[in-house]
Design a binder for this molecule. Structure first.
Ligand code: GRF
Length: 246
């Protein structure tokens, strides 16, 4: 034992690892993206620790995922607050108690107030099931199918006051095959979400991904508006998808 660690031990002082970045995840439902993050954390590949999962829905399955992983699971039901402002004020307090470096929205189905967005400006990410700026809002898979697009996907972006409008960090594309249904498309997009969200979180925690002014940067270089793009082929290979079916 070295002299330094001996004296540390004698003083009862256990230094906190300076690299332990703290993540708070907000959910409303299933939490499959949360699970993808938990899985990376379990393998020490996330670059930080999920210190709390907060849901506005009491029976969100994601809460169980958190508990199963030994993560603090908090319910803050929006129905108990008179206004969006009051709810977001309470949510800010709960989040800040956990002193996060990063707030991750993972299927958190709430419109956020300006105050909330500003509070976590530059340190809040969201994942959206489309290749932004296409198809902001809900029902993205149905809209993509109705338009007959040949390419769809998902995007991780910084959260700004514009709904689904903040600078994009990473996207992953999926080819829309003949005979594709909303369910099949959703499944493929979800698989890609689970690939890229942990990557974005890790890059952020490593300081590689940042929001500088209105622009997302990676290793100091401004990213294009659609961020870094994982192609359909690369994602399919990662996911062991049958390319013949796409
Ligand atoms: C995902 O499709 C994500 O893109 C959107 O909400 C959904 C959450 O799914 N923001 P899950 O709860 O992570 O399974």
């Amino acid at each position: 034992m070295s002299e330094t660690s001996l004296s540390d031990t004698l003083n009862g002082f256990t230094p906190e690892p300076s690299s332990a970045r703290r993540i708070v995840v907000l959910i409303s439902g299933n939490g499959s993206n949360l699970q993808a993050l938990i899985d990376e954390q379990t393998h020490d590949r996330l670059g930080g620790e999920i210190v709390a999962v907060i849901s506005n829905v009491a029976d969100a399955y994601g809460l169980q995922r958190a508990r199963d992983a030994g993560i603090d699971a908090v319910v803050l039901p929006h129905g108990e607050y008179d206004s969006r402002e009051a709810y977001d004020g309470a949510l800010i307090k709960v989040i800040e108690r956990h002193e996060p470096d990063l707030v991750v929205l993972a299927g958190f189905m709430r419109i956020l107030t300006q105050r909330f967005v500003q509070r976590f400006h530059g340190r809040m990410l969201n994942i959206h099931p489309s290749l932004l700026p296409a198809y902001r809002g809900l029902n993205t898979h149905a809209k993509a199918l109705a338009d007959g697009v040949t390419e769809h996907g998902c995007s991780v972006h910084f959260v700004t006051e514009e709904l689904d409008g903040g600078p994009v960090a990473i996207q992953a594309a999926v080819e829309v095959g003949a005979g594709e249904t909303e369910a099949s498309l959703k499944e493929k997009v979800h698989a890609r979400e689970h690939l890229i969200y942990p990557i974005a979180v890790k890059w952020f925690l490593e300081g590689r991904l940042r929001l500088e002014g209105e622009v997302a940067t990676f290793d100091g270089m401004p990213l294009p508006p659609q961020g870094l793009r994982m192609s359909h082929a690369d994602a399919a290979e990662e996911l062991d998808e049958d390319l013949g079916n796409s």
